[in-house]
Write a protein that binds this ligand. Structure first.
Ligand SMILES: Cc1cc2nc3c(=O)[nH]c(=O)nc-3n(C[C@H](O)[C@H](O)[C@H](O)COP(=O)(O)OP(=O)(O)OC[C@H]3O[C@@H](n4cnc5c(N)ncnc54)[C@H](O)[C@@H]3O)c2cc1C
Length: 385
């Protein structure tokens, strides 16, 4: 595969860098890590939208730019390298749009895609439940089919962006009699529908970027169904291949790592051969991980669905992000454990925050264990049992 950028891609990278160098949102970001999760700034998203940088790969008739997945990768790489606050439009752009393009009706595409492109809508994805995470087919939230639509009962958990979302991309059981994987459907549910309540969950950092959603006899019309009734599980598996392997899986703590490397040099720590070697190992792995992610984007650009390739990229890159969080703290020394607010905290406590967030890297979007199962069975052809 040839990843050498075309002149148009070089130009896009330059344009994004120039935009970011001048955008006020970047000057006011105290914690640039996890910009795609914690960096919610609807004004910034709207400014990106005005540049035409949301829905970059989508058809022009829905407001997209019909550019390649590699172009989108270049765009997101530039955004996340500096910790741009992209969370407000992130799920719509990365996941919901592609899901609607793949499975939505023409009416749904016309209704939602142009609004996502204009950064007018925020989404959450309601898959996980208290007793259904890795084993998604164990979900029990029901969407009972009636004459004029669905009545939803159940609970979702760990739902990112639940408190800000206009719509929940909900996965629910529509046929309780069918086998586990068959009776599941996808619905796009407005979050202001009566009967929906949301309770934020605080993570170890102290942030509430996700929450629990409760559905108590929530009634939605039939038009909320995405794709085929009872074929939701099959649809989701495809969507996860989109979700898993973007450059966000490598760049969540890139701003911290860049600053820590600078400090290590300034303090003369890199004169230590062992430390120099450990930093170099991470740098080499980082470039290998970046290559894996570029490969996935190249496959998507060729119209292929990356599956075990996406699983491998996510496993490798998120494990590396965790190593970065650990080595960054080690380099900064014991004070790196101090949280923001302490005058002695190096880098305003960013390393401590990152170390507390880091366990999530290998859980969100599918755990490493599950992804290794995918690599083993679909990539290496090993027996499932
Ligand atoms: C920050 C964050 C954001 C999230 N955002 C969302 C969201 O927006 N929407 C959403 O729906 N969910 C979200 N999740 C939930 C996430 O998808 C689940 O936590 C994840 O799929 C694991 O499910 P679980 O927590 O139920 O753990 P379990 O599935 O109970 O797993 C527990 C442990 O057992 C291991 N395990 C389970 N089954 C197997 C197996 N077959 N083989 C080997 N090991 C196995 C797992 O790897 C894990 O180590 C988020 C999670 C986090 C941390």
């Amino acid at each position: 595969m040839d990843f050498r950028p075309t002149p148009q891609q070089d130009q896009l990278r330059r344009q994004v860098r120039e935009f970011l160098a001048n955008d006020p949102a970047l000057r006011a970001r105290p914690f640039p890590e996890e910009g795609w999760i914690l960096g919610r700034d609807p004004d910034f998203s709207r400014r990106l939208a005005q540049k035409g940088w949301i829905g970059l790969t989508w058809p022009k008739r829905y407001g997209g730019a019909e550019r390649s997945y590699l172009d989108r990768l270049i765009l997101t790489e530039e955004l996340l390298r500096v910790g741009a606050p992209v969370a407000a439009h992130w799920l719509g752009d990365r996941q919901i749009g592609p899901a609607l393009l793949a499975h939505g009706s023409e009416e749904q595409k016309n209704e939602f895609l142009p609004r996502i492109v204009r950064a007018e809508l925020s989404f959450c994805v309601g898959m996980s439940e208290p007793n259904a995470g890795s084993d998604l087919a164990a979900l029990t939230t029901q969407a009972e089919i009636g004459e004029d639509g669905f009545t939803i009962r159940g609970q979702k958990t760990w739902t990112s962006f639940a408190q800000h979302a206009d719509y929940c991309y909900l996965v629910a059981r529509t046929d309780p009699e069918a086998s586990r994987h068959r009776g599941i459907s996808e619905l796009l549910v407005p979050m202001d529908t009566p009967g929906i309540t949301m309770r934020p969950i605080r993570d170890m950092v102290g942030e509430s970027h996700f929450g629990e959603i409760f559905f108590d006899d929530v009634h939605v019309p039939r038009s909320c169904l995405i794709g085929e009734l009872n074929r939701g599980f099959h649809q989701i598996m495809q969507q996860l291949d989109f979700e898993r392997s973007g450059i966000e899986r490598l760049l969540s703590n890139y701003p911290l790592w860049r600053d820590v490397k600078r400090i290590a040099k300034e303090r003369g720590l890199t004169r230590d051969t062992v430390l120099r070697q450990r930093i170099t190992e991470i740098e080499i792995a980082w470039h290998a991980g970046r290559g894996m992610i570029y490969r996935v984007a190249a496959l998507l650009s060729e119209g292929r669905i990356p599956n075990h390739e996406a699983a491998a990229a996510k496993t490798f890159c998120t494990s590396l992000e965790q190593r970065i969080a650990e080595l960054a703290s080690e380099i900064l020394g014991p004070a790196s454990q101090l949280l923001p607010g302490s005058e002695h905290a190096p880098l305003d406590g960013r390393a401590a925050r990152n170390l507390l967030y880091a366990p999530a890297y290998t859980i969100q979007g599918g755990t490493n264990n599950i992804l290794r199962n995918i690599i083993a069975t679909r990539g290496l052809g090993l027996p499932a049992k």
